[in-house]
Design a protein around this ligand. Sequence first.
Ligand code: ATR
Length: 274
Amino acid sequence: MPDRYAVIGNPVAHSKSPEIHAAFANQTGQDMVYERIRGSDDRFEHQVREFLTHGGRGLNVTVPFKERACQLATELSDRAKDAGAVNTLIVTREGELRGDNSDGIGLLRDLSRNHHITLTGSRILLLGAGGASRGVMRHLLDQGPELLVIANRTVDKARLLARQLATPAKVEGCGLADLAGQTFDLIVNGTSAGLNGGIPDIPRNILTPGGSTYDMMYADKPTDFVRWGKSQGARNALDGLGMLVEQAAESFYLWRGVRPFTQPVIAMLRAPTE
Ligand code: ATR
Protein backbone atom coordinates (compact mmCIF):
# COMPACT_ATOMS: atom_id res chain seq x y z
CA MET A 1 0.00 0.00 0.00
CA PRO A 2 1.36 3.49 -0.82
CA ASP A 3 2.23 5.77 2.13
CA ARG A 4 -0.44 8.35 2.87
CA TYR A 5 0.04 12.11 3.21
CA ALA A 6 -2.39 15.02 3.14
CA VAL A 7 -2.85 18.74 3.50
CA ILE A 8 -5.28 19.87 6.20
CA GLY A 9 -6.71 23.40 6.27
CA ASN A 10 -9.85 25.42 5.71
CA PRO A 11 -10.42 26.37 2.98
CA VAL A 12 -8.45 23.63 1.27
CA ALA A 13 -10.38 22.92 -1.93
CA HIS A 14 -8.09 25.08 -4.07
CA SER A 15 -4.84 23.97 -2.46
CA LYS A 16 -2.20 23.14 -5.05
CA SER A 17 -0.31 20.89 -2.63
CA PRO A 18 -1.83 17.59 -3.91
CA GLU A 19 -0.78 18.48 -7.46
CA ILE A 20 2.71 19.53 -6.34
CA HIS A 21 3.34 16.40 -4.24
CA ALA A 22 1.96 14.12 -6.96
CA ALA A 23 4.47 15.69 -9.36
CA PHE A 24 7.32 15.24 -6.84
CA ALA A 25 6.34 11.59 -6.20
CA ASN A 26 6.19 10.90 -9.90
CA GLN A 27 9.53 12.54 -10.53
CA THR A 28 11.34 10.68 -7.72
CA GLY A 29 9.49 7.35 -7.98
CA GLN A 30 8.10 7.49 -4.43
CA ASP A 31 5.13 5.22 -3.69
CA MET A 32 2.75 7.61 -1.94
CA VAL A 33 -0.65 9.27 -2.14
CA TYR A 34 -1.45 12.82 -1.07
CA GLU A 35 -4.96 13.87 -0.12
CA ARG A 36 -6.87 16.97 0.97
CA ILE A 37 -8.63 17.21 4.34
CA ARG A 38 -11.02 20.05 5.10
CA GLY A 39 -10.13 20.88 8.71
CA SER A 40 -12.84 21.53 11.24
CA ASP A 41 -12.51 24.13 14.00
CA ASP A 42 -14.02 21.73 16.54
CA ARG A 43 -12.25 18.56 15.48
CA PHE A 44 -8.82 19.49 14.06
CA GLU A 45 -6.80 17.49 16.62
CA HIS A 46 -9.13 14.52 16.26
CA GLN A 47 -8.88 14.66 12.45
CA VAL A 48 -5.07 14.61 12.62
CA ARG A 49 -5.01 11.64 15.03
CA GLU A 50 -7.54 9.77 12.91
CA PHE A 51 -5.48 10.29 9.75
CA LEU A 52 -2.35 9.03 11.49
CA THR A 53 -4.17 6.02 12.96
CA HIS A 54 -5.23 5.09 9.45
CA GLY A 55 -1.72 4.90 8.05
CA GLY A 56 -0.98 8.62 7.53
CA ARG A 57 2.81 9.26 7.55
CA GLY A 58 2.69 13.04 7.50
CA LEU A 59 0.60 16.16 6.99
CA ASN A 60 0.94 19.65 5.65
CA VAL A 61 -0.96 22.09 7.81
CA THR A 62 -2.30 25.34 6.46
CA VAL A 63 -4.46 28.28 7.54
CA PRO A 64 -5.92 28.48 10.19
CA PHE A 65 -4.40 25.48 11.99
CA LYS A 66 -0.64 26.11 12.00
CA GLU A 67 -0.56 27.26 15.63
CA ARG A 68 -2.75 24.36 16.78
CA ALA A 69 -0.46 21.92 14.99
CA CYS A 70 2.37 23.42 16.99
CA GLN A 71 0.55 22.48 20.21
CA LEU A 72 -0.26 19.01 18.93
CA ALA A 73 3.28 17.99 17.97
CA THR A 74 5.19 16.04 20.61
CA GLU A 75 8.51 17.49 19.40
CA LEU A 76 9.34 20.65 17.47
CA SER A 77 12.19 21.75 15.19
CA ASP A 78 13.94 25.02 16.04
CA ARG A 79 12.38 26.72 13.02
CA ALA A 80 8.88 25.64 14.15
CA LYS A 81 9.63 26.98 17.65
CA ASP A 82 10.85 30.28 16.15
CA ALA A 83 7.74 30.64 14.00
CA GLY A 84 5.36 29.43 16.73
CA ALA A 85 3.68 27.54 13.88
CA VAL A 86 3.92 24.16 12.16
CA ASN A 87 3.24 23.56 8.47
CA THR A 88 4.67 20.03 8.35
CA LEU A 89 3.87 17.12 10.66
CA ILE A 90 6.04 14.04 10.43
CA VAL A 91 5.59 10.65 12.06
CA THR A 92 9.10 9.72 13.19
CA ARG A 93 10.56 6.19 13.26
CA GLU A 94 9.98 6.20 17.00
CA GLY A 95 6.31 7.01 16.43
CA GLU A 96 6.59 10.60 17.73
CA LEU A 97 4.72 13.42 15.98
CA ARG A 98 7.33 15.97 14.95
CA GLY A 99 6.35 19.50 13.95
CA ASP A 100 8.48 21.49 11.51
CA ASN A 101 8.08 24.64 9.46
CA SER A 102 9.32 24.81 5.86
CA ASP A 103 7.84 28.23 4.96
CA GLY A 104 10.98 30.26 5.74
CA ILE A 105 13.32 28.00 3.81
CA GLY A 106 10.77 27.98 0.98
CA LEU A 107 10.87 31.77 0.68
CA LEU A 108 14.63 31.85 0.94
CA ARG A 109 15.18 29.22 -1.75
CA ASP A 110 12.80 30.95 -4.11
CA LEU A 111 14.54 34.30 -3.61
CA SER A 112 18.09 33.02 -3.78
CA ARG A 113 18.07 29.98 -6.07
CA ASN A 114 15.22 30.75 -8.42
CA HIS A 115 15.59 34.53 -8.63
CA HIS A 116 19.22 35.11 -7.61
CA ILE A 117 18.33 37.85 -5.14
CA THR A 118 21.13 38.51 -2.63
CA LEU A 119 20.02 39.39 0.88
CA THR A 120 23.42 39.82 2.51
CA GLY A 121 24.01 43.50 3.24
CA SER A 122 20.59 44.48 1.90
CA ARG A 123 17.79 46.52 3.41
CA ILE A 124 14.69 44.35 3.82
CA LEU A 125 11.15 45.42 4.66
CA LEU A 126 8.73 42.79 5.93
CA LEU A 127 5.09 43.92 5.90
CA GLY A 128 2.80 42.35 8.50
CA ALA A 129 3.35 40.87 11.94
CA GLY A 130 1.15 37.77 11.79
CA GLY A 131 1.93 34.09 11.24
CA ALA A 132 3.25 34.53 7.69
CA SER A 133 5.86 37.05 8.83
CA ARG A 134 6.80 35.04 11.92
CA GLY A 135 7.45 32.03 9.69
CA VAL A 136 10.09 33.77 7.57
CA MET A 137 11.73 36.55 9.60
CA ARG A 138 14.43 34.39 11.18
CA HIS A 139 15.45 33.02 7.78
CA LEU A 140 15.69 36.52 6.32
CA LEU A 141 17.88 37.63 9.23
CA ASP A 142 20.15 34.61 8.91
CA GLN A 143 21.23 35.94 5.51
CA GLY A 144 22.91 38.92 7.18
CA PRO A 145 20.95 41.90 5.84
CA GLU A 146 22.08 45.41 6.75
CA LEU A 147 18.64 46.05 8.20
CA LEU A 148 15.31 44.26 8.66
CA VAL A 149 12.28 46.46 9.26
CA ILE A 150 9.00 44.82 10.28
CA ALA A 151 6.12 47.21 9.60
CA ASN A 152 2.54 46.56 10.59
CA ARG A 153 -0.82 48.33 10.60
CA THR A 154 -1.00 47.63 14.35
CA VAL A 155 2.34 49.13 15.39
CA ASP A 156 2.67 47.34 18.74
CA LYS A 157 2.65 43.91 17.13
CA ALA A 158 5.56 44.86 14.86
CA ARG A 159 7.52 46.30 17.78
CA LEU A 160 6.91 43.19 19.85
CA LEU A 161 8.07 40.86 17.06
CA ALA A 162 11.22 42.91 16.49
CA ARG A 163 12.00 42.84 20.22
CA GLN A 164 11.44 39.09 20.46
CA LEU A 165 14.07 38.40 17.80
CA ALA A 166 17.23 37.83 19.78
CA THR A 167 19.78 38.88 17.18
CA PRO A 168 22.81 41.14 16.90
CA ALA A 169 21.48 42.31 13.49
CA LYS A 170 19.68 45.62 13.10
CA VAL A 171 15.93 44.96 13.39
CA GLU A 172 13.21 47.58 13.79
CA GLY A 173 9.46 47.34 14.29
CA CYS A 174 7.28 50.25 13.16
CA GLY A 175 3.97 51.38 11.69
CA LEU A 176 3.28 51.64 7.96
CA ALA A 177 3.34 55.44 7.85
CA ASP A 178 6.78 55.46 9.55
CA LEU A 179 8.23 54.01 6.35
CA ALA A 180 8.06 57.36 4.53
CA GLY A 181 11.50 58.59 3.54
CA GLN A 182 13.18 55.17 3.92
CA THR A 183 14.18 52.87 1.05
CA PHE A 184 14.46 49.08 0.81
CA ASP A 185 16.11 46.65 -1.61
CA LEU A 186 13.49 43.99 -0.96
CA ILE A 187 9.89 44.43 0.21
CA VAL A 188 8.11 41.23 1.31
CA ASN A 189 4.36 41.23 1.83
CA GLY A 190 3.36 38.97 4.72
CA THR A 191 -0.02 40.62 5.35
CA SER A 192 -3.36 39.11 4.49
CA ALA A 193 -4.55 42.40 2.93
CA GLY A 194 -4.69 40.72 -0.50
CA LEU A 195 -7.45 38.35 0.66
CA ASN A 196 -9.84 41.26 0.55
CA GLY A 197 -8.32 42.69 -2.59
CA GLY A 198 -5.89 45.35 -1.50
CA ILE A 199 -2.41 46.11 -0.33
CA PRO A 200 -1.19 47.60 2.96
CA ASP A 201 -1.31 51.38 3.04
CA ILE A 202 2.39 52.10 2.46
CA PRO A 203 4.10 55.28 1.27
CA ARG A 204 5.30 55.52 -2.33
CA ASN A 205 8.97 55.58 -3.34
CA ILE A 206 10.22 53.22 -0.65
CA LEU A 207 11.68 50.73 -3.13
CA THR A 208 15.34 51.24 -4.05
CA PRO A 209 15.81 51.51 -7.85
CA GLY A 210 16.57 47.97 -9.01
CA GLY A 211 14.97 46.53 -5.87
CA SER A 212 12.49 43.64 -5.76
CA THR A 213 9.08 42.97 -4.24
CA TYR A 214 7.72 39.62 -3.07
CA ASP A 215 4.14 38.73 -2.23
CA MET A 216 3.93 35.58 -0.10
CA MET A 217 0.44 35.13 -1.52
CA TYR A 218 -0.22 33.50 -4.83
CA ALA A 219 -3.19 33.68 -7.22
CA ASP A 220 -3.82 32.60 -10.77
CA LYS A 221 -3.56 36.20 -11.93
CA PRO A 222 -1.10 38.84 -10.68
CA THR A 223 -1.91 39.79 -7.08
CA ASP A 224 -2.50 43.42 -6.12
CA PHE A 225 0.90 43.47 -4.43
CA VAL A 226 2.63 42.16 -7.57
CA ARG A 227 0.92 44.92 -9.55
CA TRP A 228 2.03 47.45 -6.96
CA GLY A 229 5.61 46.18 -7.23
CA LYS A 230 5.50 46.64 -10.99
CA SER A 231 4.09 50.15 -10.61
CA GLN A 232 7.07 50.97 -8.36
CA GLY A 233 9.53 49.80 -11.03
CA ALA A 234 10.61 46.61 -9.23
CA ARG A 235 13.29 44.58 -11.03
CA ASN A 236 11.42 41.48 -9.83
CA ALA A 237 7.77 41.75 -8.71
CA LEU A 238 7.28 38.19 -7.51
CA ASP A 239 4.35 36.23 -6.14
CA GLY A 240 4.43 33.28 -3.74
CA LEU A 241 4.14 30.41 -6.22
CA GLY A 242 7.84 29.62 -6.06
CA MET A 243 7.74 29.72 -2.25
CA LEU A 244 4.75 27.36 -2.28
CA VAL A 245 6.63 24.80 -4.37
CA GLU A 246 9.89 25.22 -2.44
CA GLN A 247 8.23 24.77 0.97
CA ALA A 248 6.50 21.68 -0.42
CA ALA A 249 9.87 20.32 -1.60
CA GLU A 250 11.28 20.77 1.90
CA SER A 251 8.27 18.95 3.43
CA PHE A 252 8.71 16.18 0.85
CA TYR A 253 12.38 15.89 1.86
CA LEU A 254 11.45 15.75 5.56
CA TRP A 255 9.05 12.86 4.87
CA ARG A 256 10.86 10.92 2.17
CA GLY A 257 14.55 11.89 2.50
CA VAL A 258 14.63 12.75 -1.22
CA ARG A 259 14.91 16.21 -2.77
CA PRO A 260 12.73 16.71 -5.84
CA PHE A 261 13.54 19.20 -8.61
CA THR A 262 11.33 22.23 -8.15
CA GLN A 263 11.81 24.11 -11.43
CA PRO A 264 9.72 21.77 -13.60
CA VAL A 265 6.90 21.84 -11.05
CA ILE A 266 6.92 25.65 -10.85
CA ALA A 267 6.86 25.76 -14.66
CA MET A 268 3.98 23.26 -14.78
CA LEU A 269 1.88 25.36 -12.37
CA ARG A 270 2.74 28.59 -14.21
CA ALA A 271 1.65 27.22 -17.55
CA PRO A 272 -1.64 28.81 -18.57
CA THR A 273 -4.57 26.40 -18.28
CA GLU A 274 -6.95 26.19 -21.22
P1 ATR B 1 -1.43 35.22 9.03
O1 ATR B 1 -1.27 34.13 10.01
O2 ATR B 1 -1.95 34.79 7.68
O3 ATR B 1 -0.23 36.10 8.88
P2 ATR B 1 -2.71 37.02 10.84
O4 ATR B 1 -1.93 36.48 11.96
O5 ATR B 1 -4.15 37.32 11.02
O6 ATR B 1 -2.65 36.09 9.59
O7 ATR B 1 -1.96 38.33 10.33
C1 ATR B 1 -2.42 39.09 9.27
C2 ATR B 1 -1.47 40.26 9.05
O8 ATR B 1 -1.93 41.03 7.93
C3 ATR B 1 -1.41 41.21 10.22
O9 ATR B 1 -0.12 41.76 10.28
C4 ATR B 1 -2.45 42.28 9.81
O10 ATR B 1 -2.25 43.55 10.41
P3 ATR B 1 -2.84 43.84 11.89
O11 ATR B 1 -1.92 43.17 12.86
O12 ATR B 1 -2.83 45.31 12.00
O13 ATR B 1 -4.24 43.26 11.89
C5 ATR B 1 -2.15 42.37 8.34
N1 ATR B 1 -3.27 42.92 7.56
C6 ATR B 1 -4.45 42.33 7.24
N2 ATR B 1 -5.20 43.12 6.46
C7 ATR B 1 -4.49 44.26 6.27
C8 ATR B 1 -4.71 45.46 5.55
N3 ATR B 1 -5.83 45.68 4.85
N4 ATR B 1 -3.73 46.41 5.58
C9 ATR B 1 -2.59 46.23 6.26
N5 ATR B 1 -2.32 45.10 6.97
C10 ATR B 1 -3.24 44.14 6.97
